[in-house]
Structure formats: C-alpha cells, structure tokens
Design a binder for this molecule. Structure first.
Ligand SMILES: N[C@@H](CCC(=O)N[C@@H](CS)C(=O)NCC(=O)O)C(=O)O
Length: 201
C-alpha cells in the first residue's frame, strides 16, 4: 500500500503514528508530496479527487481518504483495538475534536501563508484560534481520564493536533491555562511513533 502524505500535515501524521504504533509500516510505503490548496500535486489528485492528503492507495480497492477513514481501515485490518467497542463513541468524538482543532489550525496557516497580504483577515484567524482553545478547554476539563487510559485513536489525533500547534502556532501559546493537557502531551510526545514523525519545519 502507499500513503500519500506530507511530513507537516497533522492529518497525515495521525496515520503515520498509527502505522508505527501498530507495526504496519512494513506494509505501507510513505510517499512524500508537496501540495497546497492553490497547487495540488498530480499524485494527490489521482488518489483523492478533492485534492487533499492523506490518502491510502491499496491493491484491493479504491484509494481511501480522509484520515479518519484510513485510520479506521488500518485498525480494522489487523484488529489493532484503537477503536475499542466499549468506548467507541467517546473515542470517535475525541478523535473528531483533535481533527477539528487541526482544521482550524491548518486554516490559520493557509490564511497567513498563502493569501495575499492585503486579504489576510486577523479576525478570521482569531476566530479559528478561539475554536482551538475551545478544544483545549474541553480536553482538559472533560477528557483527561480518557487520555490517561489505554492508547486509542483519540490519543493519537489529539497529540497530532497539539504537535501541529507547536509547529505552526507556537507563538499563540496553547499551553497557557492548559497545564494538565500540556503535561499529558509532553509525555505522549516521548513515544517512538511521535519522535519518528516529528517535523520541525
Ligand atoms: N478531513 C481531512 C483533512 C485533510 C487536509 O485538510 N489536508 C491538508 C493538508 S494538512 C490538505 O491536503 N490541504 C490541501 C488542500 O486543501 O488543497 C482529513 O482528515 O484527511
């Protein structure tokens, strides 16, 4: 199989961390691409007509996207238990929280890096940041016991979201007021899967 990905993408990182945590890297070749909303890569476009990464090309059927579909597929493929039945709805909601924070964080990156300067909206970026902080607040208030439990896809998604905040939006300091979450992330970031997929930019 081939994973179409970029090292900076937090969505792709979710899949890459899963591959390492579940020992499936041997079955998947990571194909590095450079893509952006203005200039989609041909490999990306061929695998995903909506032009986004990650996507997973597999021999037995059409390419899979988006990250949540790919992680669910790779989990089911070897019964890895990253989506335990007993807490499925909690795990999915928590994964969605991480993904939603990524959506907002990537959107801020695109606004600041890709738009002509006179069109950049500080209000837009601040509104997106408010969503991210809402996610951090909820994680810290409601989900720490889940995050401190056995590894699920929820942990991986949240960690990849926080890692991306450090990569692109460090100056906004998400840790302020989220000390318990920051401590959890500091520990999670020590896992080999996280170290191996860490991108400094
Ligand atoms: N919901 C998607 C989001 C994927 C996404 O937005 N990926 C970004 C890179 S981080 C991308 O491909 N951007 C290119 C574009 O929007 O054209 C997923 O979970 O896979």
């Amino acid at each position: 199989m081939k994973l179409i990905m970029a090292e900076a993408s937090p969505f792709a990182r979710k899949v890459r961390v899963l591959l390492r945590e579940t020992d499936q890297l041997k079955d998947v070749q990571e194909v590095h691409v450079a893509t952006s909303p203005f200039k989609s890569d041909a490999t990306v476009q061929a695998a995903n007509p909506t032009g986004r990464i990650p996507s997973l090309i597999r021999p037995e059927g059409p390419a899979l996207y988006d990250s949540r579909v790919i992680t669910r597929y790779l989990d089911a493929r070897i019964h890895a238990s990253l989506y335990p039945e007993a807490e499925l709805w909690e795990v999915l909601t928590l994964e969605a929280t991480g993904d939603s924070m990524m959506d907002s964080a990537v959107s801020i990156s695109y606004e600041s890096r890709l738009r002509p300067e006179h069109m950049i909206s500080a209000d837009w970026m601040n509104a997106q940041w408010t969503k991210i902080i809402g996610g951090c607040d909820a994680l810290q208030s409601n989900w720490m016991s889940q995050l401190n439990g056995p590894l699920t896809m929820a942990h991986i998604s949240v960690a990849c979201a926080l890692g991306y905040l450090d990569l692109r939006h460090d100056a906004r300091n998400w840790r302020q007021g989220h000390e318990a979450l920051a401590e959890w992330f500091a520990n999670f970031a020590k896992r080999d899967s996280m170290i191996d997929t860490h991108f400094k930019g």
